[in-house]
Design a protein around this ligand. Structure first.
Ligand code: KG4
Ligand code: ZN
Length: 355
């Protein structure tokens, strides 16, 4: 690419985080992040209308924080990238509309970005470009997939396996609710699990038997097994051993995630596993994955904890990669695609690209 150095503003609003990030040539210059998580806590999950209103209120202040953090002014922005899906429709609309307004008023190109590609790109901000080929395990609140990834923004993204039912993060959130640990469930389970025994309960590891699809996940049986265990203990009138249940549940999820994604690395003859998404912030997942990757001679890449959960920097990172690869900008008329499947980093995929 020739011309001035790109300074890309990324906008994220797919769930309950309002994120603005600024990235230039693979480097994170600064970011701003606001969360409405506390407003959803009483409901045990994200309420779309509350999230959308919170994005609307947080957008301008959070953009200001990102600009100040990066030490740039709005007029320095050369490109804008925004999550256009998947996510909560009302929430995506707010960030996308904000991004369009900024791009239009600055007269700079806009790129619609797939949120999950953003999770993968987050890792490049810390560890540099991805290798030519890798296995990416995406574990978020809404998605759990094992992907075969080449060039993140040029090549089609191949799904080796997804979840049949709940996403890994969703399982954390539902089990946290069962244990009375509140929302968001992942960090709450992790905290509770710190003092628990991972072997206190033997919860099912679904889809790990020979004959099962090697890359497909299922977490709803695990959630039901935890619910039955809690019911049985309560019926006996005993105190629920929250820490032990949390630790045993966490270990069951981690076992399945690491076993299947490492199998994909081996089957495809690759050397790198990248774990991204909100659940990648889980300390046990990071530790177990590191241990098993070391034993298998596989390079493990996981973004820093702060870049695992939703943020604007990861969307800016995709925008920056798209700009530097010479991708065509998206039309200003693009709409949100709340249930977009991940086939490519840009959304919608430019005409003629393989899906
Ligand atoms: O990627 P993310 O921020 O949003 C989505 O795109 O869904 O992921 C949010 C999910 C939630 O389900 C949350 O409970 C989970 O990530 N999560 C964790 C941890 N931190 C966040 N799960 C397990 N352990 C954590 N430390
Ligand atoms: Zn996410």
């Amino acid at each position: 690419m020739t011309g001035p150095v790109p300074v890309v503003l990324g906008v994220e609003s797919s769930c309950d985080e309002t994120g603005f990030g600024i990235v230039s040539e693979g480097r994170l210059l600064g970011q701003g992040l606001a969360s409405s998580a506390a407003q959803h806590a009483d409901f045990g999950g994200v309420v779309p209308e509350i999230a959308a209103r919170a994005h609307l209120e947080a957008a301008v202040p959070t953009l200001r924080i990102a600009l100040a953090d990066a030490g740039v002014s709005l007029s320095d922005i050369t490109h804008v990238a925004a999550t256009s899906g998947p996510g909560l429709a009302t929430a995506v609309h707010v960030g996308l509309a904000a991004a369009k307004s900024i791009a239009w008023s600055l007269d700079v190109p806009l790129f619609g970005v797939h949120h999950l590609a953003g999770h993968a790109a987050a890792d490049t901000l810390e560890h540099g470009p991805l290798p030519a080929q890798s296995i990416v395990l995406i574990v978020s609140g809404g998605h759990t997939s094992i992907l075969h990834v080449g060039d993140l923004v040029r090549d089609p993204i191949v799904h080796l396996g997804d979840t049949l039912d709940d996403a890994a993060g969703e399982a954390f959130d539902k089990v946290a609710r069962l244990l009375g640990l509140g929302y968001p469930g992942g960090p709450a389970i992790s905290r509770a699990a710190l003092t628990g025994d991972t072997r206190a309960f033997t919860f099912p590891r679904a889809m790990l038997r020979s004959g099962d699809d090697p890359y497909i996940f299922s977490f709803s049986g695990l959630k039901t097994a935890v619910a039955r265990t809690v019911e049985t203990i309560e019926r006996r009138g005993d105190a629920v051993p929250v820490a032990d249940i949390a630790a045993s549940f966490e270990q069951a999820v981690v076992d399945v995630l690491v076993t299947k994604s490492l199998r994909a690395v081996r089957d495809k003859g690759l050397g790198t596993l990248v774990i991204v998404g909100g659940v990648a912030a889980n300390a046990r997942l990071r530790a177990v994955a590191q241990e098993r990757c070391d034993a298998a001679g596989v390079e493990l890449r996981v973004p820093p904890m702060s870049l695992c959960t939703d943020n604007g920097a990861m969307i800016a990172a995709v925008g920056d990669l798209l700009v530097r690869s010479g991708a065509e900008p998206s039309p200003l008329g693009i709409s949100a695609d709340p249930s977009a499947v991940l086939h490519g980093a840009q959304l919608p995929l430019p005409e003629g690209s393989a899906a």
